[in-house]
Design a binder for this molecule. Structure first.
Ligand SMILES: [Zn+2]
Ligand SMILES: [Zn+2]
Length: 498
């Protein structure tokens, strides 16, 4: 039994006669690489059960037989399932571990989760009872339902432990928790299969046998703007929205670019400080600016709006991040894999064992977008945001009508941002409210000290007259210290899946 598990098994394809190989004893199904027949193992022979559709090109850096290590154990990617749902597509790579265990490396917009099968302490409840936002406990862990979608298998490749019937919808529920765990329930089988995983970076998996980078983005799609006719080129295959660089119309790409394209006009209101398309080395990664949005916020009970900008950054192996330019400084955040836990009385959010204090809560609205996005952007789209901080570390929540998105990251020096994009000459334009104050140690003149004293007195007077307002932890917030943080929408609809 163990021996046969270690040895590859091969048998002729019933469709074309070519050899079909199985490396993992867990694999009951395979797709013939020559004729695309789907086959099932029946004892020593293979039976043909259908023909698989062509794979869609997801520009993944992964490919079949890429090998790596997870928790110090070697694995090989032996199969691939491409899945689709109303909001997009994602891929599940079947990872054969030690020849007899099978993990799943799921890939969604450049975000990766490595999961192993989990035996639940109770049978998974019917999918329709797991509503988004609800909490549920499994095997002694508490989770929040992050998504609940109807999913279909679009295509598959290689050998597979499971093979949902192509085109037939099944429910897939994803739950997350504040420990960064992701629990996926797959209702394509009875009882539903469960997988438990957490986010991984491709670089940490010591992968070999990766696919070469596509040559020079020549595959980028282009079309003429439905509003002004100017050529518009789409850089990323999975983009759902793009703004015309000429007339600034926002064009909906969700229905493909073959037919009639829906678009919404917008006036150019903000010019990005960092040009779309530029590449910068930040935190050791080469990021390309693919999107830009300007957003405004208003604190409840306040009527003075404040604004900030977010750059959508893309790296083929790291996926997407947001570079946030707010009045009180720059920060870099990305959507979290887990779901932080809120404590409403203490106004804290806890994630991966660390508590973050709430800084701001406000209604946010998108006022201008440029570039392309992996989710459907809309001008005027509204969310309710809460920003939490723990020293330079940031955590933020965005709630829209049907999803909650969390992102985490940290503050970043404005000079480092300018240098990263080779804009040192414009360094002054990047400086924000967090710029280092003049050092008190560096010999102040008498006049300076008197001036500081006067300022302190004025501030104290102002504070005493304002003391009736605000209060609480953010009571002393000055108008300049607004933060935004926050990736916007997207991840849990576009990225929430396995
Ligand atoms: Zn064949
Ligand atoms: Zn246009």
């Amino acid at each position: 039994m163990v021996e046969s598990a270690q040895r590859a098994y091969r048998a002729p394809c019933p469709g074309c006669g070519a050899p079909v190989e199985f490396r993992s004893a867990q694999s009951a199904f395979a797709v013939c690489p020559f004729c695309q027949s789907t086959v099932v193992r029946q004892g020593d022979t293979l039976a043909r059960i259908g023909k698989m559709a062509e794979l869609f090109d997801d520009f993944s850096p992964l490919q079949l037989f890429a090998a790596g290590r997870i928790q110090d154990k070697p694995f090989t990617l032996v199969g691939r399932l491409q899945c689709g749902y109303a909001g997009g597509r994602w891929t599940e790579w079947i990872a054969s571990l030690d020849g007899d265990r099978t993990g799943v490396l799921s890939e969604d917009n450049g975000a990766f989760v490595f999961a192993l099968p989990l035996e639940l302490d109770r049978e998974a409840p019917p999918a329709e009872t797991l509503r988004v936002g609800a909490t549920a406990a499994f095997n002694g862990q508490h989770y929040t339902v992050a998504s609940n979608e109807q999913v279909t298998l679009v295509s598959a490749q290689g050998e597979l432990p499971k093979l949902p019937e192509p085109g037939k919808p099944f429910a897939a529920v994803e739950l997350r928790n504040d420990q960064g765990l992701v629990l996926s329930l797959d209702y394509s089988s009875t009882p539903p299969a469960a997988y438990l995983g957490r986010a991984v970076e491709l670089d940490d998996l010591q992968l070999t046998g990766l696919r070469d980078a596509p040559a020079k983005e020549e595959k980028g799609r282009s079309f003429n703007c439905p509003n002004c006719g100017a050529p518009v080129a789409v850089r990323l295959d999975d983009s759902k929205s793009i703004a015309c660089g000429m007339c600034h119309s926002i064009i909906d790409l969700t229905q493909g670019i073959g037919g009639e394209l829906k678009h919404v006009e917008q006036a150019e209101s903000v010019r990005p400080l960092i040009a779309l398309g530029s590449v910068g080395q930040l935190q050791g990664v080469a990021w390309q600016v693919v999107g830009f949005q300007h957003r405004t916020g208003v604190e409840p009970g306040d009527d003075e709006p404040f604004g900030w900008s977010e750059y959508l950054l893309y790296n083929r192996k790291r996926g997407f991040s947001f570079l946030v330019d707010a009045e009180d400084g720059w920060s870099m955040v990305r959507p979290t894999t887990g779901a932080p836990m809120l404590d409403e009385s203490a106004k804290t959010a806890t994630y991966l064992g660390k508590a973050y204090q709430q800084q701001y809560a406000y209604d946010a609205e998108t006022s201008y977008v440029a570039g392309e996005f992996y989710w459907q952007v809309e001008r005027g789209q509204k969310t309710y945001n809460r920003d939490f901080a723990r020293g330079p570390a940031l955590l933020s929540m965005e709630r829209s009508a049907n999803e909650i998105t969390w992102s985490s990251g940290s503050k970043i020096d404005s000079g480092a941002v300018a240098s990263a994009f080779k804009l040192d000459d414009n360094k002054d334009m990047f400086a924000r409210g967090d710029a280092a104050p003049l050092s008190a140690a560096s010999g102040m003149g008498c006049g300076t000290i008197i001036l500081i004293l006067i300022v302190i007195v004025v501030v104290l007077l102002l504070m005493s007259t304002c003391s009736g307002r605000g209060g609480g932890s953010s009571g002393s917030s000055s108008s300049s210290s607004r933060n935004s943080g926050g990736s916007y929408g997207g991840y849990s609809s576009g990225g929430g899946h396995k």
